[in-house]
Design a protein around this ligand. Structure first.
Ligand code: HEC
Ligand code: HEC
Ligand code: HEC
Length: 253
């Protein structure tokens, strides 16, 4: 009897992952064994914390809905440790990257595994109230509180703040001593990439990472997405090598 119960329990347990679907990022985190070099890198990052995030006023449509989103948390696992907005490094890119985090999940840009077939769909991550958008401005593609996230085998990769794993990570981070923080950070970042994505990986027609049509974009939204003068300009400029200040008039060249 006890045996049968055990077998039945095991069968139920074994069948759970198939029903819930595996989160490939979490699998990678669980399996990651950071080496000495990765741990040293993690240690250095923790010892030299970056400056506080910048909350620049962005009052022009479609950007004005951003300031509302910056007041809360990111609503996702990454926000356990990263402030909102998260990008600070390049003055010229960060406003654009930060503005994208209000409708694109971190993992869409920072989790780019090789040779894995992914889909990108919209999922709900926060309960931000709908912000009034200027009726004359083009309608945003993604609703407030939603993000475009990677899906692997029908499972969303993005982990929202109230997910068990995010809550466990928050507790671990709070209780950790310096060396445990180094190890935890290294494991969580092992599957991630820093800067493997460019504006033009998305803002183009033929080989875009995102299928705008399947995300529900209208013709007008698709056109604006592909022929995005700012993305095209930033891409041409190669910010790493170009330290000249950027002027809005440059966009008209
Ligand atoms: C447990 C804490 C923690 C979590 C959770 C976390 N990070 Fe980090 N991350 C850090 C720390 C600390 C740094 C180093 C300081 C900094 O750049 O903010 C960092 C740095 C980074 C960097 C800069 C590159 C690098 O390797 O230093 C990226 C990109 C990044 N994190 C992305 C993410 C993404 C995406 C997620 C969610 C999937 C995430 N992080 C979740 C703590 C965390
Ligand atoms: C639209 C794509 C995109 C999204 C969405 C995105 N990132 Fe990034 N992120 C980048 C790129 C590109 C870089 C490299 C930036 C650079 O070179 O200035 C970067 C750099 C970073 C860095 C280190 C450099 C810096 O600017 O401080 C951190 C930390 C980071 N991202 C965290 C996050 C977190 C957390 C989220 C989600 C809340 C997120 N990112 C969402 C594209 C993105
Ligand atoms: C992961 C894909 C992705 C990447 C990478 C990306 N974008 Fe975008 N971007 C989008 C999507 C999707 C929209 C459409 C949002 C909407 O219409 O609501 C958008 C919208 C914009 C807009 C607003 C257009 C408008 O008029 O509404 C600007 C400006 C922009 N992106 C610039 C950039 C720049 C500059 C970069 C590089 C630093 C970049 N994007 C990288 C996906 C991306």
């Amino acid at each position: 009897m006890a045996d049968r119960l055990l077998v039945a329990t095991l069968l139920v347990l074994l069948s759970l992952p198939a029903v819930a679907g595996k989160n490939l990022y979490l699998e990678q985190v669980r399996q990651s064994k950071p080496d000495a070099k990765m741990l040293q890198e993690s240690r250095e990052k923790l010892q030299n914390p970056p400056p506080e995030p910048i909350k620049e006023p962005l009052a022009v449509p479609p950007f004005h809905r951003v300031s509302a989103s910056y007041t809360g948390s990111t609503g996702v696992l990454c926000g356990v440790c990263h402030k909102n907005p998260p990008h600070r490094k390049h003055e010229e890119k960060r406003s654009f990257l930060n503005f994208h985090t209000t409708f694109i999940a971190c993992e869409t840009c920072h989790w780019r595994p090789d040779n894995v077939q992914l889909d990108y769909r919209s999922i709900k991550v926060t309960d931000e109230p709908e912000v009034d958008v200027d009726p004359d401005a083009r309608k945003p593609l993604i609703k407030t509180g939603f993000r475009i996230a990677p899906f692997y085998k029908e499972t969303p990769i993005t982990i929202v703040s109230n997910h068990r794993f995010a809550q466990k990570t928050a507790r671990q981070w709070e209780d950790a001593n310096d060396e445990s923080k180094v190890a935890l950070r290294a494991r969580l970042h092992a599957p991630l990439v820093k800067d493997k994505i460019e504006c033009m990986d998305c803002h183009q027609e033929k080989n875009s990472l995102l299928n705008l049509k399947s995300l529900g974009a209208t013709q007008e939204q698709q056109h604006a997405f592909v022929y995005n003068p700012i993305a095209i300009y930033i891409d041409k400029r190669d910010i790493d090598k170009n330290t000249k200040p950027m002027h809005l008039t440059d966009l008209l060249e």
